[in-house]
Design a binder for this molecule. Structure first.
Ligand code: NAD
Length: 355
């Protein structure tokens, strides 16, 4: 039987690599994994697939038209799943240019390549093809404490250069369905946590700082609320939307786990105290430090994923307590990975960290 391919972009990053892993485990697809290997994407992450002939790693940029055309012609993938993005809100505040370049122009390039490729496919392959764009709940802006959760109909009101660039790319993806008929899908997901997340994001940074006895910096009053989802659950939602979603639709993905930053850091400290009772840094909570708030810091995100649940039958399986415990244990066990990915180009640009 001939091999079936999908093109995954950003598969050397956090969610993309977890998705490649899930696709290898649960499908017969071969994954062409295209990643630019920015500071956030690492060969140390794709090493887990090194001996697996169902993952083909290609170093490259989603903005490179020639390369994308070549990969589409060579592998004839039945789908493109676009994870590639600049993703860290603080970095988007300090230097938005790369966010515009990758998240907007890069996605535009990928859409253009996909449109031409799809148009030239034979009928059967054309009706099967999907372009799935991975996005965030941050495009919806900030909620007050009593506001209802975001649905697929919530208007976009992005507040950071990161979320504005993701919102722009979502609009482009949507327009390619309505204008050209390209079978696009979009998922908007809440905050992910789990293995292989680059240690500038809230959860891995807190774990690694705590392990080193360094301060645990919390922005503002620590009461910013996020909905948390274990990364493997996000990946199962993506796989389901890819297989069964309706082209032109968007699907919210969430964890039913709204927590504020104070709760989250407190929980991480408790787990560390339990896993490492003889650590000289116990109780780890003593390391918490409050720092000046991030400009334009959204107060609350909450996701209503009723549509994905009722139409496609998806729901998260990992409860936040067990997911956090698994995540802490993974970072304890994989400190070599942490050191490798942060060795050369990681700078903690600000004292405070948020998700
Ligand atoms: P990440 O920063 O860990 O990974 C992004 C990957 O994209 C990296 O491997 C990077 O090298 C690659 N990349 C960046 N620019 C590229 C380019 N021009 N060409 C090719 N590759 C490029 O990010 P993540 O957390 O895994 O997020 C993946 C996607 O999911 C993003 O689109 C993000 O907006 C979205 N998302 C993330 C979360 C979250 O909590 N992390 C939640 C919802 C949605």
């Amino acid at each position: 039987m001939s091999k079936k391919y999908i093109l995954v972009t950003g598969g050397a990053g956090f969610i993309g690599s977890n998705f490649v892993s899930l696709a290898i485990d649960s499908t017969d697809l071969t994954i062409v994994n295209l990643d630019k290997l920015t500071y956030a994407g690492n060969l140390a992450t794709v090493e887990q697939f090194a001996n697996n002939d169902r993952q083909i790693f290609v170093k490259g940029d989603i903005g490179d038209r020639q390369l994308i055309d070549k990969l589409l012609a060579q592998y004839q993938p039945q789908a493109i799943v676009n994870f590639a993005a600049e993703t860290h809100v603080d970095r988007s505040i300090d230097g938005p240019a790369s966010f515009i370049e990758t998240n907007i122009n890069g996605t535009f390039n990928l859409l253009e390549c996909a449109r031409q490729y799809w148009r030239e496919l034979a009928d059967a392959a054309r009706s099967e093809f999907r372009f799935l764009h991975i996005s965030t709940d941050e495009v919806f802006g900030s909620l007050g404490p009593n506001d209802p959760a975001f649905t697929e109909l919530t208007p976009y009101t992005p507040n950071s250069p990161y979320s504005a660039s993701k919102a722009s790319s979502d609009h482009l993806v949507r327009s390619y369905f309505h204008t050209y008929g390209l079978p696009t899908l979009i998922t908007n997901c809440s905050n992910n946590y789990g293995p292989y997340q680059f240690p500038e994001k809230l959860i891995p940074l807190m774990i690694l700082n705590a392990l080193a006895g360094k301060p645990l910096p919390i922005y503002g009053d620590g009461q910013n609320v996020r909905d948390w989802l274990y990364v493997r659950d996000h990946c199962s939602a993506i796989a389901l939307v890819l297989a069964k979603g309706t082209p032109g639709e968007t699907y919210n993905v969430g964890g039913n786990a709204e927590r504020d930053n104070l709760w989250l850091v407190d929980r991480l400290c408790t787990i560390l105290d339990e896993l490492l009772p003889t650590s000289p840094h116990c109780p780890h909570k003593q390391l918490v430090e409050f720092v000046r708030d991030r400009p334009g810091h959204d107060r609350r995100y909450a996701i209503d994923f009723t549509k994905l649940n009722t139409e496609l039958g998806w729901q998260p399986t990992e409860d936040i307590d067990s997911g956090l415990r698994r995540t802490v244990q993974w970072y304890i066990d994989n400190q070599d990975w942490c050191q490798t990915v942060t060795a050369n180009n990681y700078q903690q640009q600000r004292l405070g960290v948020a998700a």
